[in-house]
Structures are given as C-alpha cells and as structure tokens.
Design a binder for this molecule. Structure first.
Ligand SMILES: C[S@@+](CC[C@H](N)C(=O)[O-])C[C@H]1O[C@@H](n2cnc3c(N)ncnc32)[C@H](O)[C@@H]1O
Length: 228
C-alpha cells in the first residue's frame, strides 16, 4: 500500500470509529454494522493494526479460561476473537451479536487449525431479554462491545446467568469508559454481593499501528469467575 493509500485507510478507520462512538440505541448499532460488516475487517481491523483480540484472549487463557469447555464471544462482530480463540486451541466457541450482517461474516471464518471459528452464532440484543439456557458456558469473553455508544454495564447481567458456576470471564471495556461509565462500580458491587470474584484488571492496547487521536486507546479487561 502506498503512503497516500495508507493515510486514506487510517482516515476512513477514524471516521468509522467516530460513527461507532456516537451510536445511541441498539437500532443505531444494527444500522451502522449492517453497512460496515462487509468492509469491517479491511477498513478497521487491518487499517488500525487491531490487537485487542490477542490481548483479550491472552488474559482469558492466562487466567485458566476454558481449554475444552464452551466459550461465548459477546459482540463477536466479524469474528476476530473467535479466530484467536480457535488458533489458540479452543474448539467450542459461540458468537453473540445484535447484527445479522456481522454474524454472517463471522460464519465464514476458519481458524489456523482448519475449523470453523464458531459452533453457533446467536443474534441477540443484550439490552433486552436473553432467551438462552442458564449455565451454558465455562468461559465468556468480549472485545469492543462495552464501549462508547454500545453496551452499558447492565449488558453484563445476562452474561452472569449464561456462565456456569466457576466460568472464567474476560470482559474488555474501553479504558476511558471503565470508571466514568460505571463499569468499575458494577464489578465491585457484583463482587461484594458474592456473584463474581474480585476482578483482576488487565490493561491492554487496542491498536498496533493507528496514527489517529484514538491510536493510543487502551482497554481494561476485567477477568473474574462466576460464583454460584
Ligand atoms: C466494535 S464491534 C466489536 C466486534 C468484535 N468483538 C471485534 O473485536 O472486532 C462491536 C460489536 O458489538 C455489537 N453490539 C452492539 N450493540 C449490541 C447489543 N445491544 N447487543 C449485542 N451486540 C451488540 C455490534 O453489532 C458489533 O458487532
């Protein structure tokens, strides 16, 4: 790619990111991601040198997550987290997302081991009722979904029901959002109630090579276990 093309790609990625940060409702998300799904990998993941999925899955596995259980990838989008999990040896990964178009792209993803990245893909709006069986997953992960304009802390409530007792969870939250939007308080309250262990907070970069005002953005990954 020429330097001019590279600059244009990074500008396009910044525009997409700002559109994503200014979403206000689940309907806004459905609309934005419907139009972005086909080009998301090129115009966002590649253009920004996205590394969030690697750090997130690393934090999950370091905490003893899965290795043989069923893992739920929340807000799976086009599937970068599912591929990373599969590349690292996880064989049973479900993806959940509000956007049918993003899920359709995720359905095409194949891991380095030649397996489909996802067993099941679930179209679910986490701001509404979640009609899935309790205790279904021994691991739950999420990247990029608890961020500006997307899901608030209450979107984690249904996940605590879907996770089995002792399930390891690694929930990435935009670091600028973590305290300000109530995630720190949410996790502290759930831990005080005895619903989860006190989370370990792992700080990771979101982008590898993104010359933009957003280039240095980091995520706080809350790693904890479900207690029941
Ligand atoms: C920035 S993308 C992240 C996708 C992927 N995890 C990644 O790291 O590339 C955020 C995803 O959250 C999904 N999302 C937004 N609001 C949601 C909701 N209310 N319920 C479920 N998924 C939602 C979007 O459709 C989108 O695919």
């Amino acid at each position: 790619m020429s330097a001019t093309d590279d600059r244009a790609a990074k500008e396009r990625a910044t525009d997409h990111l700002e559109a994503a940060y200014s979403l206000e409702t689940p309907e806004d998300s459905i609309q934005l991601y419907a139009s972005w799904a086909d080009s998301y990998d090129e115009t966002f993941i590649e253009a920004t040198g996205y590394v969030y999925h690697e750090g997130l899955v690393g934090a999950f596995l370091d905490a003893g997550g899965s290795a043989g259980g069923a893992v739920l990838d929340v807000g799976c989008g086009t599937g970068v987290v599912g591929i990373e999990l599969g590349d690292q040896g996880e064989t049973t990964v479900d993806g959940l997302d509000i956007s049918p178009e993003m899920l359709a792209v995720a359905a095409t993803k194949i891991t380095a081991h030649g397996m489909k990245a996802y067993r099941n893909l679930l179209e679910v709006d986490l701001t509404g009722p979640v009609d899935l069986p309790a205790d279904s997953y021994t691991g739950i992960v999420s990247a990029g979904t608890f961020t500006f304009g997307h899901l608030p802390p209450s979107g984690i409530d249904p996940l605590l029901r879907l996770g089995a007792p002792s399930a390891v969870c690694a929930i990435g939250v935009n670091a600028e959002h973590f305290t300000e939007q109530g995630f720190e308080r949410y996790f502290a309250d759930r831990a005080a109630e005895g619903a989860i262990t006190v989370p370990e907070l792992v700080d990771i970069p979101i982008y590898g090579a993104f010359e933009s005002e957003h280039g240095g953005t980091r995520a706080t990954v809350a790693v904890f276990q479900i207690l029941r």
